[in-house]
Write a new protein. Structure first.
Length: 232
């Protein structure tokens, strides 16, 4: 089994889900008492969020590179960055280490394409929805990507930072997210990508709001990581 290096803590709420899913998936595939071989570097999200909000992306990159190198030195065979938003810096992290970084947007796009869907809605932080680092990565796989309108983008972002990253799950927010999903379906989206790892704490993909499949990026990332960890 290859050792997975996790860069987490952004937020720890979703990183805990990464840890649970990785171990669950390994146990399901290998049986018995098997669990994942992994290392976790968990950063202080308050520091990272301040860097995000102040546009200090060079500082954020330096922080992630430092943690990536610690994981590499600790014997990690490849890296998993446990956040969609910080994939803005994925190329810089990859360039700083000698092991692969398993890109979350690639794992997600491959699953979407395999399902036959081509036009998808995207929910995430304002950075993920409004900047091109994530949407362009999805479009590079041949997908047509649609994001919500300005007001709905603000709502989605606020719920992520003010509620989900703090472990707060509100029924009213769930209903608002379901409304946003329905609006994306009305714009012709055949599915919606939950492009923030915390959103899976709020929306259950099995419920298919507005009849649309939801692509849960945390689970897809974990499945791809276990595939790599257990590959011959």
């Amino acid at each position: 089994m290859r050792r997975i290096g996790l860069i987490g803590g952004m937020s720890w709420e979703s990183t805990a889900e990464y840890y649970r899913l990785l171990n669950t998936l390994v146990a399901q595939r290998l049986g018995g008492l098997h669990s994942a071989d992994l290392l976790l570097a968990s950063v202080d999200f308050a520091v990272v969020e301040q860097m995000q909000s102040q546009g200090r992306w060079d500082d954020a990159a330096a922080l992630l590179v430092r943690e990536a190198r610690v994981l590499e030195a600790g014997g990690a065979d490849f890296l998993v960055l446990c956040t969609n938003t910080m994939h803005k810096l994925a190329d810089r992290v990859q360039a700083a280490v000698g092991i692969d970084l398993l890109h979350l947007a690639d794992a997600t796009a491959e699953a979407v394409v395999a399902s036959g869907v081509r036009r998808v809605g995207l929910l995430g932080t304002r950075f993920t929805m409004e900047q091109d680092f994530y949407t362009d990565r999805l479009r590079g796989h041949g997908l047509d990507v649609v994001v919500p309108g300005a007001d709905d983008r603000r709502l989605v972002d606020t719920v992520i930072y003010d509620e989900l990253c703090r472990g707060v799950v509100r029924e009213q927010s769930r209903r608002e997210y379901e409304r946003v999903v329905a609006a994306l379906v009305d714009e012709g989206c055949a599915a919606v990508v939950l492009g923030c790892t915390e959103i899976e704490l709020l929306l259950d993909p099995s419920e298919r709001p507005a009849g649309a499949p939801l692509f849960a990026t945390t689970r897809l990332h974990c499945e791809a990581a276990v595939d790599r960890a257990l590959a011959p």
